[in-house]
Ligand binder design. Structure first.
Ligand code: LLP
Length: 422
């Protein structure tokens, strides 16, 4: 069966819909997601861990469009959220609060109150003060709050420093050394129900070893807790499995499961995962049109209608993302007509680029697709330079549907108020 994104007679297709048709309908810049690709990865997770009681809590931050959440909710997914806004999105998309875990270092009184009132599945607690706050809110609401402690196992995820979270220098979690004492405190609190243990060591991990090292540390704690009479119901291993953007070779979900399953089965707990990127990154593309070609003696710039406000990963993390043409040159990508181009946006910043030194044969008005754009693409977009955010479209087989309208320019300042001189 064809991968969701493929060429047919030199034309790029997402599932059964040509990119040409999508651009005609929705214009550019435009995010396009394959429903089938999202469900395939979700299914790969549930199949690989089928021998264990498990719950896949999709990390909403990767792509929080209601249609994406709705498709996953229907497939039975739970969700990992980090804000009240993400929880409201999950609920609006038909997700069940009881299958949601609430991560994040800065939960406020009102975040906790709202989540408890909705019947949240679990708070992943990141500090002692948060634990006390949750207990206080739960007492006021006369509820018992289900919690896990997010343990920081001090394991090097070997990924970009901005997205590595499991080192002792990072702001996340409770140190491995303090964890037992904090669990003891939690168990003594009147309105706290200790249900699990959690860790998340980083994102875009391509090797399995850091996951195994983190799991070993968490298992150590589970055993010590048992000895102290604290019985947990679940273990949450966070997200972080990487994807191929250009030439990375991340472990497959199956290999990931094979490495972890023996240790997990022996534990007898329900296992939670919080994958974001691996579920949606390669289900999505960003379509953009070449507006201006600017060859210079030193470098060639192709100025396109998407920019760092639409997709900030290259600018923020120097992330390499593939850029492919809508129409494949007759004799493949390595033809004589190709030149090295920097694919840049129209924003007034040198850091505004989508890709550098890409061998392409380009003409004005050509359509390009940035691949791997389904995760941390639209969700990190902004209105910098007063640019309305792109529209989003979902494809399923030969059907396509708008799932977020392109923003209007008027909407950008509709909530602003002119200063009134008396
Ligand atoms: N759980 C927690 C607690 C997290 O902090 C994250 C991601 C995830 C799960 C999901 O991780 P994933 O499976 O997507 O790797 N904006 C960056 C990625 C930041 C990830 C932050 N935390 C990027 O574009 O590369």
């Amino acid at each position: 069966c064809l991968p969701p994104l493929h060429y047919r007679d030199e034309a790029l297709y997402m599932e059964q819909v040509s990119v040409k048709e999508l651009v005609k309908h929705y214009d550019t810049p435009c995010y396009v997601y394959s429903k089938q690709a999202i469900l395939e990865v979700y299914q790969a997770y549930t199949d690989s861990f089928a021998s264990l009681k498990h719950q896949i809590c999709y990390a909403v931050k990767a792509n929080s469009n209601l249609a994406v959440l709705g498709v996953l909710a229907q497939a039975g997914a739970g969700f990992d959220i980090v804000s009240r806004g993400e929880l409201m999105r999950v609920l609006a998309a038909g997700g069940a609060a009881s299958r949601v875990v609430f991560s994040g270092v800065g939960k406020t009184y009102s975040d906790i109150e709202f989540a408890l009132a909705q019947g949240i599945g679990c708070f992943n607690v990141e500090s002692i003060s948060e634990l006390a706050l949750i207990n206080e809110v739960a007492k006021t609401l006369d509820k018992s709050a289900p919690i896990s402690l997010r343990v920081n196992p001090n394991v090097d995820a070997k990924t970009h420093p901005y997205i590595s979270t499991g080192l002792k220098d990072n702001k996340f979690g409770i140190t491995h050394e303090e964890a037992l004492a904090v669990y003891q405190q939690a168990a003594d609190l009147s309105h706290i129900d200790v249900v699990g243990i959690d860790c998340h060591i980083g994102s875009q991990l391509t090797e399995v070893e850091p996951f195994v090292a983190a799991l070993d540390k968490v298992i150590e704690l589970v055993h010590s807790l048992r000895e102290q009479g604290i019985e947990l119901r679940h273990i949450d291993l966070g997200g972080g499995l990487g994807v191929r953007y250009i030439d990375e070779t991340p472990v497959s979900i199956d290999e990931f499961a094979t490495a972890l399953l023996p240790k997990l089965s022996a534990l007898g707990l329900t296992v939670f995962f919080e994958p974001g990127r691996s579920i949606v990154a390669n289900a999505g593309i960003l379509l953009t049109q070449v507006d201006v070609l600017k060859p210079t003696p030193h470098k060639n710039f192709a100025i396109v209608d998407a920019a760092m406000n639409d997709l900030i990963r290259p600018a923020l993390y120097q992330a390499d993302m593939a850029v492919i043409p809508e129409t494949l040159p007759k004799n493949g990508l390595d033809t004589e007509g190709t030149q090295a181009w920097d694919i840049v946006g129209a924003i007034c910043e040198t850091g505004d680029f989508l890709a550098k030194d890409r061998l392409l044969s380009l003409a004005t008005d050509d359509i390009l697709a940035v691949t791997g754009a389904g995760a941390y693409g639209f969700t990190m977009s902004s209105n910098y330079n007063s640019r309305p955010r792109a529209c989003e479209v979902m494809v399923d087989g030969d059907r396509h549907q708008l799932i977020r309208k392109r923003e209007t320019i008027e909407a950008l300042y509709v909530d602003e108020i002119l200063w009134q001189d008396k």
